[in-house]
Design a protein around this ligand. Structure first.
Ligand code: HEC
Length: 140
């Protein structure tokens, strides 16, 4: 006795629909990654620009970027969670293409955009620097 009619074509269609919804959900998940800088923070604009222009090659949690994750690729830049940057150095790196001028393209951003990114990095880079081990201080 067969109580349920099993139609392979229908099952395939159903599976296809499920597959598409999963793909859509994953895509939406990526798109919802957002910067971690409040909109009233003076560094907000710079964080947005960083996410759009720099995140492909540099990691920085505050800008939701993971670009340094594969450092075996030569074009992956330093991880800015681990490295502090000064305003001046970021402007220099943007103008010259990193410090060596070899890999990072020059002038990815210019003018106001460059200043905003530099301001953002000067505040937010290096938040996760591992402190060098120090001898424990003697107690009082
Ligand atoms: C195509 C990949 C790529 C992009 C895009 C990119 N960078 Fe870089 N960046 C690098 C690489 C690789 C280095 C390290 C090599 C060097 O310093 O010459 C670097 C180095 C740097 C440095 C020096 C860091 C240090 O302490 O040595 C700064 C600052 C910097 N990038 C900022 C930025 C900013 C800001 C943006 C966006 C406007 C950006 N980068 C976009 C690849 C990139």
């Amino acid at each position: 006795m067969r109580s349920v009619k099993y139609d392979p074509a229908r099952v395939r269609r159903l599976l296809a629909v499920i597959g598409l919804s999963i793909a859509a959900a994953l895509a939406a998940g990526c798109g919802s990654q957002s910067i971690d800088v409040p909109s009233d923070d003076p560094a907000h604009e710079g964080a947005q620009t960083f996410l759009e222009r720099c995140s492909g090659c540099h990691t920085l949690t505050a800008a939701a970027s993971q670009g340094s994750s594969n450092r075996s690729q030569r074009n992956q830049g330093p991880d800015f969670d681990q490295r502090k940057e000064s305003y001046k150095d970021v402007i220099y790196a943007i103008r010259n293409g990193g410090f060596s001028g070899a890999i990072m393209p020059q002038n990815i951003v210019v003018g106001q955009d460059a200043r905003e990114v530099a301001l953002f990095l000067a505040h937010y880079a290096g938040q996760n620097v591992e402190e060098p081990a120090r001898p424990t201080e003697p107690g009082p």
